[in-house]
Write a protein that binds this ligand. Structure first.
Ligand code: ZN
Length: 438
């Protein structure tokens, strides 16, 4: 008889791998924050005992969502400016607001607030691109969530850094500081090709290789971006990046709503990771990422919300539903992107994109115990013929009851255990009053 830290009984275990297997009446055996075993519930007492037992008898237990593209600290800009085109939205609203307000304290408060929203909707891992990296990391440490924090490099001065070299130097300091952290790490995050010089991108390419870091970048988000590149260089952004050896499995290409045959050839040869952000792309009318075409080429496609200023939430349940509907609509094929495929995009594929699928992204032995429980025994999701269907097409955030990261419980029956909801709301009101009066 083995004594273990936790035993988690579930009505349904959505493993995500192998082959999206759904195990009914099974249990997760957790020890030292790691999934030690998965077995039928009725066999547990023959092998394991624990002082901590959790029964999710009407729940689907699944890997936590991996939100593969966020700008967390923009949470206090939610609803500040809506219904605008990307460049109008950025130039006339978002960048001026960031210029006025984004400082260390703001980033900490707003990131912590975003993490509460993520935990309350079942996200256990994020991939962020913003400024004041240590502030986001401190927030993640407090929240107990897993994340990758981008060394943002953008070709204009902000309160965080003045030059590309300063962005990189500060980012590398952050990388060194968090290198050994069990849950938090760095990626490179040059903002976009239209905000960088080629020389800076080459420097980032070499540093990313040296330190074995992933590189996130907004690429071909809109037709305007492609047109601007064509008129300046006669080349599409992806082609220019490929010409400097930037496109490889190390690259996390975010958005990719403008893909032509030449792009497909590059993608097919170099196998970058792609992050689909359907709600942000639809809201800004940026375009459509052809997910099913990419998947046929064997490309890993993950899912991200983008910031709440262009979405307007960090809701991976909604993002999955939008991804499924969007693919069906643009391909005129109702079989495109089924419920299991989007569940995998929202979990395992995100972990793969970040290079941490040996740690998280599925319920598998020896992976970290990063999982969530969704109560399907509600009016909104009964009856349950297929739990994946209910999760993707019917469940709402309020049905996510419990969230765990690395064997630590972050939410229990909708109550946050690491964060104080009242305090977070006070902070939101405090920053709203400042921003709104300016
Ligand atoms: Zn973005």
């Amino acid at each position: 008889m083995n004594s273990v830290h936790q035993i988690i009984y579930a009505k349904w275990l959505m493993t995500c791998e192998p082959n999206n297997k759904v195990l009914e009446n099974h249990a997760l055996i957790i020890h030292d924050g790691v999934i030690k075993d998965i077995l039928p519930s009725k066999e547990v007492s023959l092998h394991y005992q624990s002082n901590e037992v959790h029964e999710y008898s009407t729940h689907a237990v699944m890997p936590g969502f991996v939100n593969t593209h966020t700008h967390l600290a923009m949470s206090f800009f939610r609803g500040l400016a809506d219904d605008l085109s990307l460049m109008d939205w950025l130039n006339n609203h978002i960048w001026p607001a960031e210029n006025a307000w984004v400082r260390e304290e703001f980033v900490y408060d707003a990131s912590l607030f975003a993490m509460a929203e993520m935990i309350r909707s079942g996200t256990t891992c994020f991939n962020d691109m913003y400024f004041f990296l240590q502030a986001t990391a401190r927030a993640a440490d407090v929240a107990g969530i897993r994340g990758r924090i981008g060394i943002t490099v953008i070709g204009f001065p902000t309160a965080w850094a003045k030059t590309s070299d300063e962005y990189i130097a500060k980012g590398l300091e952050f990388y060194a500081e968090y290198k050994q952290h069990p849950r938090i790490g760095a990626t490179f995050a040059p903002h976009a090709i239209y905000t960088e010089t080629e020389a800076t991108l080459i420097k980032i390419r070499d540093l990313a290789e040296k330190h074995n870091l992933k590189i996130n970048m907004h690429i071909q988000e809109t037709a305007d971006e492609v047109n601007q590149s064509m008129s300046q260089t006669k080349l599409r952004p992806l082609r220019r990046l490929n010409d400097i050896g930037f496109v490889s499995p190390r690259l996390i290409a975010v958005h990719m709503t403008q893909i032509d045959e030449e792009d497909l050839e590059i993608i097919s040869a170099q196998k970058p990771q792609i992050v689909h952000c359907p709600e942000s792309n639809m809201k800004l009318a940026s375009g459509s990422c052809p997910v099913t075409t990419l998947q046929k080429l064997g490309i890993n496609v993950a899912l991200g919300t983008d910031s709440v200023a262009s979405n307007n939430d960090l809701n991976m349940l909604a993002e999955m539903r939008s991804a499924a509907y969007h693919s069906k609509l643009i391909t005129s094929n109702p079989e495109a992107l089924n419920a299991y495929e989007v569940l995998t995009m929202a979990t395992l594929n995100g972990a793969k994109a970040l290079g941490i699928d040996h740690v998280t992204g599925s319920l598998s032995k020896n992976k970290s115990a990063d999982f969530i429980a969704i109560n399907l025994d509600e009016i909104e999701t009964l009856p349950v013929y297929h739990p994946a269907s209910q999760i993707v097409y019917a469940a709402s955030r309020s049905q996510v009851t419990d969230v765990w990261v690395a064997g630590k419980q972050l939410m229990k029956n909708r109550v946050l255990l690491t964060l104080d909801e009242g305090e977070l709301k006070k902070k939101a009101h405090y920053w709203f009053n400042k921003i709104n009066q300016s």
